[in-house]
Design a protein. Structure first.
Length: 137
């Protein structure tokens, strides 16, 4: 899979409804993964919340979204990030190094409970970036 860049929107508990709405508007295929799918690692009160959603359309649009994780403030108007994802680990790690340099790392780029390597940072210009390297194992 080639690396891709797309918007990632954070929601305040209504990610499922929002992503289903966008599917109704844009068409395509919607996949949703809930926090509850991870059993004992599910944060209390998040059993029915969306950890990751992805809408892919026939027109080539990709939109990702999720409910805001525990401990992070939801700020409408500033509730988005730019996502870089794919399976080219060297390429994506290179982007991560440059984006996180002189910025603020909120989630270090490391293996996560869903199996991928993931990190989140805010670059020196105040833009939030998420980098996800797909698990090849």
């Amino acid at each position: 899979m080639a690396s891709r860049l797309n918007p990632y929107i954070s929601f305040s508990g209504d990610a499922r409804q929002a992503m289903e709405f966008y599917k109704g508007v844009l068409g395509g295929t919607l996949s949703l993964s809930g926090y509850g799918e991870f059993g004992s690692q599910t944060p209390p009160g998040y059993e029915d919340k969306i950890m990751h959603g992805m809408l892919e359309t026939d027109r080539g649009f990709t939109l990702m979204g999720a409910d805001q994780p525990p401990g992070m403030e939801h700020r409408p108007g500033n509730n988005y990030a730019v996502s870089l994802s794919g399976d080219d680990a060297d390429e994506l790690r290179g982007y991560w190094e440059k984006l996180s340099a002189d910025g603020d790392v909120s989630v270090p780029l490391e293996k996560q409970m869903w199996g991928d390597v993931f990190g989140m940072c805010t670059d020196r210009f105040g833009i939030t970036w998420m980098v996800n390297i797909t698990d090849q194992g």
